[in-house]
Design a protein around this ligand. Structure first.
Ligand code: SAH
Length: 269
């Protein structure tokens, strides 16, 4: 079971604005800049210092293609440039098992063990875009998995909280994010259905596993004007990606974005 966009029609969604990313120059950008300076200094042919950089750019093209193809359903014509830049900075090959690292930049979900998957890059881009991260937000993710989506969020916002229910995945993601220098992500082991009350309220919540319904605790933990992006529907079937918005007066609206397939949200709730 993987999450993957299904091209059938869903309701439209207008694009979100992203005035500034808090981390305009990621480590990768700096590394690439250093590589360019070195290449010029040595008068060597201009080749990318990072062998993965070209693959990452190819992945971004695939994301842009799928976004354009699904715009009729999602209403999203293009992913915000800040989100694309954030994705370009994250070394996706570090988030998949070593034996499939050469497939890390394909625009598809991949197995990460324990019956779970790292999300398809297009879906990561779309969900991140829909969160509309246009200020120093507090973000909550349910379903840490590999930690990849958390890393993309960490490139864009001040603080990311993420919850994973499978102990080894939570441990590995924590180690990986710390090794890669993501100091603004906090990983917790637990059932994300109940959210993380002590760390909220959140400006944005993203759930990367399919729920049978929108968990009320997550809506409660949304700040005014906060958004929740969540796949809802039957497990092991096609679900609907929903954009839930909590308005200033507390009223909640729901918009259908796209049919998708995610692994199930488990736990005792
Ligand atoms: N966001 C991840 C991929 C998510 S796969 C990434 O970027 O790699 C969905 C994840 O949700 C799995 O790791 C699964 O174990 C986790 N999960 C399922 N039910 C959960 C729950 N109730 N609370 C927290 N995590 C859950």
């Amino acid at each position: 079971m993987n999450e993957k966009a299904d091209d059938r029609a869903a309701g439209p969604e207008s694009g979100a604005a992203f005035p500034f990313p808090p981390r305009p120059l990621g480590r990768r950008t700096l590394a690439a800049a250093a590589g360019t300076v070195l290449a010029l200094a040595c008068a060597a042919p201009t080749q990318s210092a990072d062998p993965h950089a070209d693959m990452r750019r190819g992945m971004l093209e695939a994301i842009a293609d799928t976004t354009a193809r699904t715009a009729g359903s999602t209403g999203v014509e293009a992913i915000a440039p800040e989100v694309m830049d954030a994705i370009e900075r994250v070394p996706r090959h570090e988030f998949v098992p070593p034996e499939i690292a050469d497939r890390a930049y394909e625009n598809r979900p991949l197995p990460i063990g324990h019956g779970q998957t790292i999300s398809q890059p297009y879906i990561v881009a779309l969900m991140t875009h829909l969160l509309g991260l246009d200020s120093p937000h507090r973000v909550l993710e349910i379903g840490t998995g590999s930690g990849y989506q958390a890393a993309v969020l960490a490139e864009l916002v001040e603080r990311v909280h993420t919850i994973e229910i499978v102990p080894p995945l939570a441990r590995q993601a924590k180690e990986r994010l710390s090794r890669l220098g993501y100091r603004n992500v906090e990983v917790r082991l637990g059932d994300g259905y109940y959210g993380w009350r002590a760390a909220g309220p959140f400006d944005a919540i993203v759930v990367t596993a399919a729920a049978s319904h929108v968990p009320p605790p997550l809506v409660e933990q949304l700040a005014p004007n906060g958004v929740l992006v969540i796949p809802v529907g039957e497990q092991f079937s096609v679900q609907m990606l929903l954009l839930v918005r909590k308005h200033e007066d507390g009223a909640v609206s729901v918009r259908q974005i796209l049919p998708v397939r995610f692994v199930p949200l488990t736990g005792g709730h």
